[in-house]
Design a protein around this ligand. Structure first.
Ligand SMILES: C[S@@+](CC[C@H](N)C(=O)[O-])C[C@H]1O[C@@H](n2cnc3c(N)ncnc32)[C@H](O)[C@@H]1O
Length: 265
């Protein structure tokens, strides 16, 4: 079987498993929401209600963020299993991406730490994620890596000083960061001038039929696993202040899976 066909097959396999898992989890949360609305109608539990009313006033942005975080918290325990069918191809891309990392390195949205084993030994790694459960998972994985520091942090609002890191890495993260432009601006800020930004990301296809199809299907993976399949990450990089001369894009699979290398100014 062709390498591309195998990859497509493993994507479907992973997506299918994720959706089954996500659906089960979503039924649970739909149940919880229903219970909450029942409580509010019947005034069963006053304190529970007050918390609920407050949450209704939260901005759309905050709600989107907490939903995404919640989805990743739910999926953390099974993430490696769901992703396993794709990992034989993905691990080569991870190696390709990470061989260029050097010095003080930040990985944004480190997830369960699938990249850790591929970093060059001398890298001094800081990993951030906003999902508590993902950070718990990666903590177990990094017990024997003294060079790794893990922090619970939002990519859209990092607490690092400007010009802190020699390299910033992301892999399959900008499909789910709720405000991608804000996250990319933060990456630009914390990466040193002349530093490298290395990204392995899937994006919306520019092929008309496939791109439109991705737009139509997008609400499904977004609702179930918290990931968009139609992000225009290159455009988002430009919106975040990078210029085309800084950005080098390599297609890994069709025009969807990309390795993006940026030299920060
Ligand atoms: C699809 S997973 C990818 C994990 C890992 N990078 C990999 O390659 O396997 C996306 C990760 O990004 C994290 N994430 C999404 N938005 C984030 C944000 N605003 N701040 C920090 N982490 C975020 C999620 O919690 C999740 O762990």
């Amino acid at each position: 079987m062709e390498k591309e066909d195998k990859f497509l097959q493993s994507i479907f396999h992973s997506l299918w498993m994720s959706m089954l898992f996500g659906l089960t989890e979503n039924f649970q949360s739909i149940g919880e929401d229903y219970f909450i609305s029942l409580c509010s109608k019947q005034s069963i539990h006053q304190q529970f209600l007050i918390g609920n009313v407050v949450s209704q006033d939260l901005s759309e942005e905050y709600e989107m963020k907490s939903k995404t975080k919640q989805r990743y918290n739910r999926i953390a325990g099974l993430y490696d299993i769901l992703e396993a069918p794709m990992e034989h191809i993905f691990s080569n891309w991870r190696k390709e991406l990470l061989k260029e990392a050097s010095g003080k390195t930040l990985e944004v949205g480190i997830g369960t730490g699938q990249n850790i084993e591929h970093y060059p030994a001398e890298v001094e790694l800081t990993g951030i994620d906003f999902s508590e459960k993902m950070i718990e998972k990666v903590r177990n994985r990094t017990r024997h890596h003294p060079n790794v520091r893990l922090l619970l942090m939002d990519a859209e609002n990092m607490s690092f000083n400007n010009n802190t890191f020699d390299t910033v890495v992301t892999s399959c993260v900008f499909c789910s960061v709720p405000d991608p432009v804000k996250g990319l601006k933060e990456i630009k800020r914390v990466c040193k001038s002349g530093g490298k930004i290395l990204m392995l990301e899937h994006v919306r296809s520019e092929k008309k039929i496939i791109g439109n199809l991705m737009d139509i299907i997008n609400p499904v993976p977004l609702t179930i696993i918290g990931a968009n399949i139609n992000r225009r990450t290159y455009d988002n990089l430009l919106k975040a202040g990078f210029i085309p001369e800084q950005i080098q894009v390599q297609n890994l699979w069709s025009d969807i899976m990309k390795l993006i290398r940026i030299t920060n100014d």
